[in-house]
Design a binder for this molecule. Structure first.
Ligand code: CLF
Ligand code: SF4
Length: 519
């Protein structure tokens, strides 16, 4: 394998960096408050909210643009097995829990196998636009394999964006190589900026050929993470920060983390719930450390949103994930199957398909904007409700209740429909009949929602949802989500005003730990 020197690597694409940085800096002041009815900034931002250069970087990246995630897919290749730190929510028998779902084991690949896999997936799924390396350990603890993979893919599939996720310990020494390979999206998992908090999350790091423990380890880690973030943003590389919300340890502290990463130029902050099950054998799983509830997570995300752009559509993917966020097509692309495939990389067909996707996307936006106009004059009404939506993608209500593995959550207000999260659930319909236990768990997972939008639903679950105070809505089958949601909200307001219904705050909901593990 060719050895890649990080010492001698040149910084790539320097010509427009100042301009891009200026635009990112200008964009930093853009909050989501205001309720003007315009699309919000952040991962929910659209073409009109961002400078063109930044929009070009995020418009078809499913993680950096919430809107794009309905239409474009990503894939990961599991080329990086080693890790250089220990997190208390990780068991190294499984994939990195910073960017992957806990308890999952990926099929590890060589860079050459990974390159073939990318071509195979890109030929089969023309809307796959991003290749990420996110484990199963830390990509920068495996720099040769990681950068060799990027090199091979850049040579054979130049239209695919390259993306990387790291714990940040080895980041400063690799920033120039990252820039050289035109990796223009980097995620750093930052759970603390205070080493005393860090010592409760990281028992040790491996640095300079030795293990370092406790507070000293956390101090080195946070210094490297902050320096790495600054170095990346100085080079115009878009940075996302992932943080795992651990109630009682860093939940309150994450507001400070949010400020620290914003001031260093991070583009997006993704606060994810801790997933800790005893069967994973992690420290937090075994000591009973709980994860947040749905409303605890939302409240923290909301409180940080005034500070910077928040991502709320993360699915905590596998290190070998393939497909739209929320769907898993990795089983179609096992090493055996890929190696047997005849792959032709047809750039023109991919472009033609993506043109169609863009046409569909324009239709979604036009329908939403037209419907939004019907809420004009309602600005003084201070009512918000949540709805859950069963969807297979394309921004439409197009999944049956019984087939949904997750529901997307939208907050409806006089500003329109805003994506605020998703809830993974156990399949209700298994083999064509309803499972009572799973219905209970689904209701608990969407208990804070006023309605659930589905393409179809059977009589039994419908009745039980009504009993739980959740309105099952199938009249918008195969229609656009946001347009339908605004129509529903307008009617809801009219009923409240007419005294037909009383608006009530709903309770909290559960983040289904089991569903994260099995889905
Ligand atoms: Fe992968 Fe991560 Fe790149 Fe996306 S995932 S390396 S930025 S291409 Fe995305 Fe998956 Fe969440 Fe990661 S939904 S876990 S944020
Ligand atoms: Fe596990 Fe990822 Fe943490 Fe390493 S960085 S210990 S792989 S969660």
């Amino acid at each position: 394998m060719e050895s890649l020197s990080t010492e001698t690597a040149a910084v790539g694409g320097a010509e427009s960096i100042d301009d891009v940085m200026q635009k990112i800096a200008e964009h930093k002041g853009c909050g989501t408050s205001g309720g003007s009815g315009k699309a919000s900034c952040g991962s929910g931002a659209g073409e009109n909210d961002l400078p063109q250069e930044i929009w070009d970087k995020v418009k078809n990246h499913p993680c950096y643009s919430e809107e794009a995630h309905h239409h474009y897919a990503r894939m990961h290749v599991a080329v990086a097995p080693a890790c250089n730190i220990q997190c208390n929510y990780c068991n190294r028998k499984y994939d990195c829990a910073n960017e992957s779902r806990p308890g999952v084991v990926s099929e590890k690949l060589t860079p050459e196998q990974a390159s073939k896999k990318v071509l195979a997936v890109a030929s089969t799924i023309p809307q796959m636009t991003v290749l990420g390396i996110a484990g199963p350990g830390d990509p920068l603890a495996n720099p040769e394999k990681t950068f060799k993979t990027f090199e091979l893919i850049a040579a054979t599939a130049p239209d695919i964006k390259l993306c990387l996720s790291t714990n940040g310990l080895a980041l400063p020494e690799h920033v120039d190589t990252i820039a050289k390979f035109n990796v223009d999206h980097v995620t750093i998992t930052i759970n603390m900026v205070d080493p005393d908090v860090g010592a409760q999350i990281y028992p040790w790091i491996y640095y300079n050929h030795k293990r370092i423990y406790g507070r000293e380890a956390a101090e080195i880690l946070t210094q490297h993470q902050m320096r790495g973030l600054e170095m990346l943003t100085e080079r115009g590389i878009l940075c996302k920060v992932n943080s795992v919300m651990i109630p009682g340890i860093n939940d309150k502290h994450l507001v400070e983390v949010n400020r620290a990463v914003k001031s260093r130029g991070a583009f997006l902050h993704n606060i994810m719930p801790l997933i800790s099950s005893p069967e994973h054998g992690t420290v937090f799983g075994l000591n009973g450390q709980r994860g947040p509830t749905a409303q605890e997570l939302k409240a923290l995300q909301d409180s940080c949103e005034g500070e910077m752009n928040m991502m709320r559509h993360c699915r905590q993917c596998r290190a070998d994930a393939v497909g739209l966020l929320g769907e898993d097509r990795s089983a179609e692309f096992t090493t055996d199957k890929i190696m047997a495939m005849e792959v032709t990389y047809d750039l023109e067909s991919r472009k033609a398909y993506q043109t169609k996707v863009e046409e569909e996307r324009l239709k979604v936006a036009a329908a939403k904007n037209a419907e939004l106009a019907t809420l004009a004059g309602e600005d003084n009404v201070d009512i918000k409700i949540l709805i859950a939506v069963a969807t297979k993608g394309s921004g439409r209500v197009n999944e049956h209740f019984g087939h949904a593995k997750e529901f997307q959550i939208y907050e409806l207000s006089t500003s329109g429909a805003k994506f605020v999260g998703h809830r993974r659930v156990d399949l209700y319909c298994q083999g064509g009949y309803g499972e009572e236990d799973s219905l209970d768990t689904i209701i608990r997972a969407i208990n804070d929602c006023t309605a659930v939008f589905v393409a179809k639903i059977g009589g039994c679950p419908k009745n039980d949802l009504v009993k739980a105070g959740i309105d099952p809505v199938d009249e918008f089958a195969f229609e656009f989500i946001e347009q339908s949601a605004i129509t529903y909200f307008k009617r809801y307001l009219d009923k409240v005003k007419g005294g037909e219904i009383e608006h009530k705050e709903r309770g909290d909901a559960t983040i289904r730990q089991g569903a994260f593990i099995t889905a």
